[in-house]
Design a protein around this ligand. Structure first.
Ligand SMILES: C[S@@+](CC[C@H](N)C(=O)[O-])C[C@H]1O[C@@H](n2cnc3c(N)ncnc32)[C@H](O)[C@@H]1O
Length: 217
């Protein structure tokens, strides 16, 4: 790859995904560009994303994260559990200024990256980092979101106290959604929870995905 030419000019999938997302969220374009630039440089240098993810940031990571944009309740307090480099929390915070986010991330290096990125993007008034494991947190949120962290079964054991009694879990899952719901069925019955699988996408011209929504039965 030629480092002097932007990835979106070298990769048509990246260019198409960026253009679809910027068209859908014009007010957020500058902050999304700034976030993707941080991921492409420091995110990869610090090892938060693999070196081969650099040309998939819009088409895989940002568009997948933003698939949740229309299903988050207005004005809610959201926890992004296992936020890593800020996915899905940071793209959602950029495009939904009505929401407050807590990025729950136990690893020091990742929490440092998140704090620096939030400051660089000017999101400090609505986004904070909690350097803790989800199962050790005493906070309660309207919504818990997560992506690529653990199986639904394990996620529920960690996060149920964070969103009950009145909130919900929205776990980005893709193809494995139905299987994970079946595998967690016993535990959900025991904990009086119900799950539904949502087909979602960030914009008409980007790839869709699936999320599992879990609420009290
Ligand atoms: C594969 S990464 C995914 C990061 C990001 N969500 C994404 O989609 O790119 C999983 C993240 O979950 C975090 N994690 C692992 N166990 C956790 C726990 N018990 N509570 C909160 N975060 C956890 C890890 O430190 C890591 O940053």
């Amino acid at each position: 790859m030629n480092d002097s030419v932007p990835v979106t000019e070298q990769n048509p999938d990246e260019a198409a995904a960026r253009s679809a997302l910027v068209e859908r969220f014009p007010e957020a374009a500058d902050q999304l560009d700034a976030y993707v630039a941080v991921l492409a440089t420091k995110g990869i240098e610090w090892g938060l994303l693999g070196p081969r993810e650099g040309d998939k940031l819009w088409s895989r990571h940002v568009s997948n994260s933003l698939a949740l944009v229309d299903v988050l309740p207005l004005g809610s307090d959201v926890a992004d559990v296992g936020s890593g480099a800020g996915l899905p929390g940071i793209p959602l915070a950029i495009t939904r200024p009505d929401l407050r986010f807590t990025l729950v991330e136990p690893l020091l290096r990742r929490a440092t990256f998140l704090n620096e990125t939030i400051e660089e993007l000017g999101l400090e008034d609505r986004v904070r980092v909690d350097r803790i494991r989800a199962e050790d947190s005493d906070d309660v949120f309207d919504v818990v979101v997560c992506r690529a962290v653990a199986s639904l079964d394990k996620l529920l054991r960690w996060t149920t106290p964070l969103f009950l009694p009145n909130g919900e879990l929205l776990a980005l899952k893709g193809q494995s959604a139905e299987r994970e719901v079946s595998e967690a069925a016993n535990w959900m019955k025991h904990a009086k929870l119900r799950a539904e699988v949502l087909e979602i996408r960030a914009a008409a011209d980007v790839e869709g995905t699936r999320a599992i929504r879990v609420t009290r039965a």
